[in-house]
Ligand binder design. Structure first.
Ligand code: XMP
Length: 311
């Protein structure tokens, strides 16, 4: 595959479809949506409005970091705080697919508002091939795959989605990022799912429980990113486990898991063989830095039979 040609073709395509109109890009800060946004910006420049929805499900410091890294390559990002709306939509939900559906609906409703405000008839999205395959195959409902499951975005949501990367897998997306001359920190960035920390929070996703996942993810990244995994993150399980407080009293606390996998394209994955000392350090930090945690486990399951994320 000639990625230079691929990028040029997609840029031309976006330019042709959007014409003199405007488009909105749904930037999440991940590789897919960043590459999509840059393709859009190269195609139509200022006609592209880039919006980052701060849904409260992002990693630590992410909205600010994304805004400043895009600014460095000449793209302005509007950060919109919609945290309350997402947590209200997720309130009381524990079923994984119900959570995903609530996320997706809120995502599109919120976006529809933002898109309507800009009067842009087009929405640029970073959907890639595995998102479509897994949604069609019934493995899970990805938040960003609508038309493939028979939802007419134009009818239901009043805009047309443009998905320039939908034929690519992750390594291909990174290659497009390279030919677009994005900094390595952008095109080699660890994948992060659209529904964010929601995918790593079993049970109800309250602001308090998501804050636990956020801390666990930070510790996972700080301690294991140097082993160059495909993804590494922390997970909050739905149940609790008995433990002991510092003064030897019984505690019934949170169970947090470390998920650290090697993979080529996210379709299959293997747990990373991390040094025992690293696992111990992750355990110690999670117990010490996240209040209320009584148990830390390392997930050894591959994909299949497991998926990489937890919902
Ligand atoms: P799973 O958990 O299905 O994940 O093995 C495969 C890859 O996809 C990411 N992922 C998502 N990305 N929206 C996204 O943009 C989603 O709804 C979603 N769900 C999973 C996951 O992080 C992994 O890289």
């Amino acid at each position: 595959m000639n990625y230079g040609k691929f990028a040029a073709k997609q840029i031309e395509n976006i330019r042709r479809i959007v014409g003199k109109a405007t488009a909105v890009s749904a930037l999440s800060g991940g590789v897919d949506s960043t590459v999509t946004t840059v393709l859009g910006h190269r195609a139509i420049g200022k006609q592209l409005k880039v919006i980052f929805l701060d849904d409260g499900l992002m990693r630590e410091g992410e909205p600010q970091a994304v805004k400043s890294s895009l600014r460095k390559i000449g793209i302005d990002v509007k950060v919109v705080n919609v945290q309350k709306r997402f947590f209200a939509a997720l309130k009381g939900l524990t079923d994984p697919e119900e959570k995903r559906k609530a996320f997706r609906e809120t995502f599109y409703r919120t976006f529809q508002k933002a898109v309507k405000a800009t009067r842009a008839p087009f929405l640029l999205q970073g959907t890639i091939a595995p998102d479509i395959i897994e949604t069609k195959g019934g493995v899970k409902t990805q938040h960003n795959v609508l038309e493939q499951i028979g939802i007419d975005t134009k009818k239901g949501y009043s805009f047309t989605a443009i998905e320039p990367l939908k034929t690519l897998y992750k390594p291909g997306v990174r290659e497009v990022g390279k030919v677009l001359r994005l900094p390595e920190s952008m095109h080699q960035r660890m994948p992060f799912p659209g529904p964010g920390l929601l995918c790593r929070c079993l049970g109800e996703a309250t602001p308090e429980r998501i804050a636990i996942v956020r801390k666990a993810c930070r510790i996972a990244e700080e301690e294991t990113l140097r082993f160059k995994p495909f993804q590494t993150f922390g997970v909050l399980l739905a149940d609790r486990a008995t433990g002991l407080t510092d003064d030897k009293k019984r505690a019934f606390g949170h169970i947090v898991a470390l998920r650290c996998v090697h993979s080529r394209n996210a379709m299959t994955a293997k747990a990373a063989r991390l040094p025992w000392a690293v696992l111990e350090r992750v355990r110690d930090r999670m117990l010490k830095e996240i209040p209320g945690v009584t148990k830390v486990v390392y997930d050894l399951t591959g994909k299949p039979p497991s998926t990489i994320e937890y919902i």
